[in-house]
Design a protein around this ligand. Structure first.
Ligand code: UT7
Length: 334
């Protein structure tokens, strides 16, 4: 731990990585009873990327992290902490330590945050607390998910939505504080609307004590799309509005709206409710679909790389999804 007296949390650099394998709506139409027209009209998605069998989440998380480290001109050994937001780890005990080893961040502590599509925002907020308290100087926050390995490829109502990817951001303590305000919300009563539930399969193990042991497996991703849609378009604008109020800003102060890339209709509906013009919505859903915890950092990285985000811009970022969880962060870009 390297204590710092610069209590601001500054986003120093970003990175992203997606697999090369690209699946079009037309290809999906040969797998399930769907069409490019339905998927495009209902979701805005055209293609998604799928991780090949010989790669793991660590491969894409490493690529995104190394890109961010290069852009930040930072040595991996200078990282104090790695937070990996993922719901599809390599190991149920967490994958952040494998990422730490892979990028050779030998001095960094590392842990996972499991919060589905809100995971990156919650991790960003968590990192900012370590910076605000002066505990750490350099933190790598990664959002990575490979839901292609958890969806039911015969369920047309969900498999058409998801893709794989990773995005990264390096936060550094600084006199400038980029994170103006935040909000994290949870409604566990509706957890069943979107889940990859543990499925205990009965397994009687013969042993002298006649004990019955259970072995856990996980079910496919199951989602009540309509309910999740309604939740997103009602809760997300509320949360952004509250967050803006807390930091004395109005929705017309927002330069860019970066939402979890779940469905173009959700992005548009949230913007409409906040009176934010469509040209302020950052969207890459057409290319990658819903990449869960990776969708926001990939969108942020691509927008920054494309030169869209300027010094002083106010960015409202909100993640939402399984839990149910939703989280907002208001950023002033320096
Ligand atoms: O990352 C977590 C956050 N997740 C989300 O935010 C997802 C939120 N939900 C959604 O984005 C939308 O609810 C979906 C895209 C999942 C579904 O869109 P929808 O407009 O809510 O469609 P629906 O479920 O009401 O289905 C309408 C019709 C149904 O047929 P009938 O009953 O009207 O005959 C479905 O069976 O569309 C049918 N359908 C499809 N047809 C062709 C459902 N999926 C498909 C499909 N292709 N892939």
């Amino acid at each position: 731990m390297k204590p710092s007296n610069l209590a601001g949390a500054h986003i120093l650099a970003t990175g992203s990585a997606v697999p090369d394998i690209c699946i079009s709506n037309e290809t999906l139409s040969s797998i399930v009873n769907t069409s490019d027209e339905w998927i495009s009209n209902r979701t805005g998605i055209k293609t998604r990327r799928i991780l090949p069998a010989n790669q793991s989440i660590i491969d894409i998380a490493t690529r995104a992290s190394c890109q961010a480290l290069n852009k930040a001109d930072l040595n991996p050994e200078e990282l104090d902490l790695i937070i990996l937001a993922t719901s599809t780890p390599n190991d149920l005990f967490g994958s952040a330590s494998q990422l730490q080893a892979s990028i050779k961040a030998t001095n960094a502590a590392a842990f996972d945050i499991t919060a589905a599509c809100s995971g990156f925002v919650i991790s960003l907020i968590t990192a900012s607390q370590f910076l605000n308290s002066g505990s750490y100087k350099n933190i790598l926050v990664v959002g990575a998910d490979i839901l292609s390995r958890w969806v039911d490829w015969s369920d047309r109502s969900s498999c058409i939505l998801f893709g794989d990817g990773a995005g990264a951001a390096i936060l550094q303590s600084n006199i400038n504080n980029d994170i103006l305000g935040f909000q994290i919300n949870t409604n566990g009563l509706d957890a069943n609307q979107l889940s990859i539930a543990s499925k205990a399969s009965e397994e009687i193990v013969c042993n002298p004590a006649k004990l019955k042991f259970m072995h856990s497996h996980y079910d496919y991703l199951r989602m009540n799309g309509k309910e999740v849609y309604k939740f997103a378009v009602s809760r997300v604008p509320e949360s952004i509005r509250q967050c803006l109020k807390d930091v004395n800003l109005l929705s017309n102060d927002i330069s860019w709206l970066i939402l979890h890339q779940a469905n173009q209709r959700i992005l548009n509906a949230v913007a409409d409710k906040l009176d934010i013009p469509k040209n302020k919505i950052i969207s890459n859903i057409q290319s990658y679909g819903n990449t869960s915890a990776a969708s926001i950092p990939i969108a942020l990285h691509e927008a920054f790389d494309a030169g869209k985000i300027m010094n002083g811009d106010i960015i409202a970022i909100a993640g939402f999804g399984a839990g149910l969880t939703w989280a907002t962060v208001i950023i002033k870009w320096h």
